[in-house]
Design a protein around this ligand. Structure first.
Ligand code: GTP
Ligand code: MG
Length: 199
């Protein structure tokens, strides 16, 4: 599926712009600049499907990608959160949009919460994990940019995150270290996505 047709469908700035809920959906969430768009590109083996950039807060809408022709499932690139310069009303708008989306989207089968392997969990991550717990949407914690730290540091971070994830009811026990740069963990992530889609 990941090597077959994948098309950008649409960018939804508001919930009324969401596509009809006709196939399973998998959402990519995480702090701004954590590597959501890059990971979508890595998973789909395409260099420019999702727009990756150095400017935090680039992705402000829910960006939808159709996987398979005929359509099998959809991936959603969610707007990044937690960047320093975000105006307060933007943060509020983001929280409402995400909360409503998570609670109302029946076809949302799983979320991937991306966490920078160098920085670990921050309060903004705990905030979205809480929202996912409340909405009963199961999610994998995905460590990104694993190429940027030493394996020993990565192992430590993995353990710390595993311990914390165990306290969250909707957090899946499978935590995935990845790198969009080296391809580490990408095959495992594809498997996890397909497992969630087909369940
Ligand atoms: P927003 O859309 O602003 O929320 O950001 P994002 O989460 O989509 O991040 P994006 O994919 O645009 O990546 C941000 C920066 O991190 C870019 O400069 C990427 O090249 C870099 N990056 C992403 N993933 C990796 C990775 O696995 N390894 C390394 N070394 N750099 C990465
Ligand atoms: Mg992005």
């Amino acid at each position: 599926l990941f090597s077959g047709p994948i098309d950008f469908l649409k960018s939804a700035p508001k919930l009324e712009h969401l596509p009809d809920p006709i196939v399973p959906e998998i959402a990519f969430a995480g702090r701004s600049n954590v590597g959501k768009s890059s990971l979508i590109n890595a998973v789909t083996n395409r260099s420019k499907l999702a727009r990756a950039s150095n400017t935090p807060g680039r992705t402000q809408e829910l960006n939808y990608f159709d996987v398979g022709r005929p359509l099998v499932f959809r991936m959603v690139d969610m707007p990044g959160y937690g960047f320093a310069e975000a105006p307060r009303d933007m943060v509020k708008r983001w929280r409402f949009l995400i909360n409503d989306f998570l609670r109302g989207r029946q076809v949302l089968k799983r979320a991937l919460v991306l966490v920078d392997a160098r920085h670990g969990l921050k309060d903004v991550d705990r905030d979205i994990m809480g929202m996912l717990d409340d909405a009963a949407v199961s999610y994998h914690l995905v460590l990104t940019k694993a190429d940027k730290i030493k394996p020993t540091e990565l192992a430590k971070m993995f353990e710390a995150i595993r311990t914390e994830a165990a306290k969250h009811p909707a957090a899946h026990p499978l935590i995935l270290p990845t790198s969009s740069e080296t391809g580490e963990g990408i095959a495992e992530l594809r498997t996890a996505i397909l497992e969630a889609v087909l369940q």
